[in-house]
Design a protein around this ligand. Structure first.
Ligand SMILES: *Cc1c(COP(=O)(O)O)cnc(C)c1O
Length: 791
């Protein structure tokens, strides 16, 4: 019945929504027809969710995020609606392969990495739990750039997910707001009124996000920037064609591209415009919805919880005060208190260069009223805490982390370690003033995408043992624990991993013309390229291992394939050098007839959500090797552990909690702790000393300097060798020796496949806590005071 209905709907949409004759339909048409047919089944639960929220006057959660790294949506929807088998049958009936149809969807990359992917996992969990919520962000015309390699170097080209028709976004031109910039603050009836001199329209596009089993759907509302006046007809008629379209082009620039850097800001003015644009549109929408139900703005904190994902929407503080005070006439201190009771802030990084600051000059120019309100908020803070040490404006800069902190009801870190370090470092003084404000919410990942759909072999195996309750109650995986001792189960578990590896090897053969041995250990490091993540430590270890295999080619080596993936911000020169080095090393190692059967290095370009879904189920070793104290949480680490990859890692971010939960025996720990890192940095010439003490490291660096990986050009990777042997802020040299030790321990452990599989099973069985459902329940209880709407 379900299959027949779906079949009819696909055919109807192909014919009447797309205007395609089935005889001539292409994969893209079938994919869109299936998407529309599936979307149809989302709309009713979506409306029902909205009605239930209004009907019950429930508190709503608003998640403001500059990034949503959502990836493909069709498979997610099909899986959550329980339509996988039906869709498979229907597509086969039309002579199509469901897998090919699903793979045709562009990967929506409206984010850089972990922060954006977290937002996407949260949306799915909020719907699964049935918590009334909206995600708010920007509908970038071009998401994160596409990465390719030319002679080993990163090349960037624009991403174009909207070139083909987007099946999921409902345009809502009726929901648009005029967003002003610049101008001046005038006084009317003794009250300040901002009179912007420029404006753009923020126009909404809604994507329904359906939860597990289709019980609830929330909305992701993304804003598109449009001109207020479409077009200058007078100029056009005078023949000034380009000039006639100028205003339009300049307005559209605001939602044109995602900034490809999640740790520093650039294109300052446009970036601040983007931040204000989506924050202001979202707040207006939130207040409009609130006003439609309640008369008194003082009620706002009871009915609305707003989460700021990092400081990118930090302007929400002054903007909400402006709405409450300037527009609604609430007394200023009450407006500040009301806004503050409504807003919460998630901190994602302790890297000082990544804490946003805006020059007072730029802020006063672009948002003059907000600048005075920030000063007023600063005074309010000073009155409240007369012995305060922190000012919101310092050396001519507005400090957005501090502003967010002061304007938040709760501030959270994203792993236990990160939250503690936040209290001791970036927000030490503010924490002393507001000791109850900081709370922890360790990140999580959605098991629907990262286990159920990404890894069907393992999911089926699990379902055969414990049923399906784990899908929205991931700690049920603990019931697998006794099976770690069951040899038949271990064999089935190993077979599932082996089949995933074989499938991945086939993909590498087909798409990258490289042969991988599916019996070798698959060792994976996929994440943004950044010095603190230390991909260069990993490649140095590969070089040293290669040298040792060459010394002793008849040795008893454990075959390994090292898989790298990740993009570098286009302006981050050092990160791009790391990419170039990895690719250059790969070329030499893979061509070595003696060693390549033991060690290969591959680096598929354009790492994104879709590629992560391919690689993680086939991974056996998860590289989580950041300099301790630098990775706020990580979520890649959780996806790997859940899929049965063992971690080699430092005590950083959520690695700490992963190790505690899976057990120290099932985790390969190495490296300095966060406090040892701080101490080590004080040691004079720490890198030189580490190199002098480890001939392997010295020899690996010499090999790079000798030009082995650069056609004899000893200078090519100077920036890397100089850094690692000189300043070495991220302590690659100091951690190398212990990394090598742990890596050889991994090799030994891998040779005992029984015990390796036992450890892998225990990683899966004990990773249930890392579900983003658990994280969201934590936010609901500790931060938002929100509840799920009963079914
Ligand atoms: C999970 C994920 C990340 C985050 O990875 P980390 O290892 O935690 O930095 C980044 N990008 C994509 C595409 C992901 O799926």
């Amino acid at each position: 019945m379900q299959t027949q209905d779906l079949r009819d709907a696909v055919l109807r949409h192909l014919t009447y929504s797309l205007g395609k004759d089935p005889a001539h339909a292409q994969t893209n048409d079938w994919r869109l027809a299936l998407s529309f047919a599936v979307r149809e089944r989302i709309v009713d639960p979506w409306f029902a969710s909205t009605r239930a929220t209004y009907g019950g006057k429930h508190k709503r959660v608003y998640y403001l995020s500059m990034e949503f790294l959502i990836g493909r949506l069709l498979e997610d929807a099909v899986v959550n609606l329980g339509l996988m088998d039906a869709a498979d049958e229907v597509m086969s009936g039309f002579g199509q392969n469901l897998h090919n149809v699903l793979s045709d969807e562009p990967d929506a990359a409206l984010g850089n990495g972990g922060l954006g992917r977290l937002a996407a996992c949260f949306l799915e969990s909020l719907s699964t739990i049935g918590c009334p919520a909206y995600g708010y962000g920007i509908r970038y015309e071009h998401g994160l750039f596409k990465q390719s390699f030319r002679d080993g170097r990163q090349m960037e080209s624009p991403e174009d997910w909207l070139l083909r028709r987007n099946a999921w976004g409902f345009p809502r031109p009726e929901a648009s707001f005029r967003i002003g910039f610049n101008g001046r603050v005038a006084e009317r009836d003794g009250k300040p009124v901002w009179e912007p001199s420029e404006a753009v329209l923020a126009s909404a596009h809604d994507t329904p996000i359906i939860g597990w089993q289709g019980r609830w759907a929330n909305t992701l509302r993304l804003w598109e920037a449009k001109p207020v006046d479409i077009f200058d007809l007078d100029r056009f008629n005078r023949g000034e064609f380009a000039a006639a379209a100028e205003a339009e082009a300049s307005a559209r620039t605001i939602s044109r591209v995602l900034y490809p850097d999640d740790t520093t800001y650039q294109g300052k003015r446009l970036r601040l415009q983007q931040e204000y644009f989506f924050t202001a549109a979202s707040l207006r929408d939130i207040v409009r919805r609130f006003d439609s139900e309640y008369d008194d703005p003082a009620w706002l904190p009871q009915k609305v919880a707003i989460q700021l994902n990092d400081t990118h929407p930090a302007i929400a503080g002054p903007e909400l005060v402006r709405i409450l005070h300037d527009e609604k006439g609430m007394e200023i201190d009450r407006a500040i208190e009301t806004a503050r009771a409504t807003l919460n802030y998630t901190n994602h990084t302790l890297l000082p260069e990544a804490l946003e600051k805006w020059s007072e000059e730029l802020m006063s120019d672009l948002l003059p009223r907000h600048m005075t309100l920030i000063q007023r908020i600063d005074e309010h803070h000073a009155q409240e805490k007369p012995n305060r040490k922190v000012r919101l404006i310092e050396n001519g800069d507005v400090k957005m982390g501090e502003l967010s902190f002061v304007m938040a009801n709760r501030v959270n870190g994203v792993s236990a370690l990160h939250t503690e370090l936040m209290k001791q470092t970036v927000f030490e003084d503010l924490h002393a003033q507001y000791p109850d404000k900081i709370v922890n919410q360790t990140n999580g990942v959605t098991p629907r995408r990262w286990l159920l759909s990404a890894n069907p072999r393992l999911s089926n195996l699990i379902a055969g043992e414990i049923g399906m309750d784990w899908v929205d109650d991931l700690e049920q995986l603990a019931r697998l624990e006794p099976l770690a001792e069951d040899s038949a189960f271990r064999k089935a578990y190993r077979d599932a991993k082996r089949a995933n590896k074989a499938e991945l090897s086939q993909w590498f053969r087909d798409t990258h013309d490289v042969a991988l041995d599916p019996d070798a250990m698959f060792d994976v490091q996929i994440k943004r390229i950044h010095e603190y993540k230390r991909q260069h430590l990993n490649i140095l270890e590969a070089i040293a291992l290669w040298q040792e295999i060459r010394d002793n080619p008849n040795g008893d080596w454990t075959p390994r394939v090292k898989i790298f993936g990740g993009k570098a911000a286009p302006g981050y020169v050092f990160a791009k050098e790391i990419i170039y080095l990895i690719n250059s090393v790969a070329k030499v190692l893979n061509a070595d007839p003696v060693t390549s059967k033991f060690l290969k290095v591959v680096y598929p370009p354009n790492y994104n959500v879709t590629l992560a879904e391919k690689l993680i189920p086939a991974a056996e070793l998860s590289q989580q090797i950041s300099t301790a104290g630098k990775e706020a949480s990580g979520t890649g680490n959780m996806k790997f552990a859940l899929n049965g990859a063992l971690t080699i890692g430092t005590l950083d971010g959520a690695n700490v909690e992963i190790r505690e939960l899976v057990g120290a025996d099932n985790f390969f720990l190495f490296g300095m702790t966060a406090s040892e890192v701080v101490e080590r940095r004080k040691v004079h010439e720490h890198a030189a000393k580490a190199i002098a003490a480890d001939p392997r490291l010295a020899r690996a660096l010499d090999e790079i300097r000798a030009g082995t990986f650069s056609d004899g050009d000893g200078e090519r990777f100077r920036s890397i060798t100089d850094n690692v042997s000189g300043h070495d802020y991220f302590l690659v040299s100091s951690d190398f020796t212990d990394f090598w030790r742990a890596s050889r321990e991994v090799d030994r452990a891998y040779r005992d496949s029984t015990s390796w599989t036992r450890m892998a099973v225990l990683n899966t069985a004990r990773s249930g806590w890392f579900s983003s459902d658990r994280t969201i329940r934590g936010y609901m209880g500790d931060i938002w005071g929100a509840s799920a709407v009963p079914a």
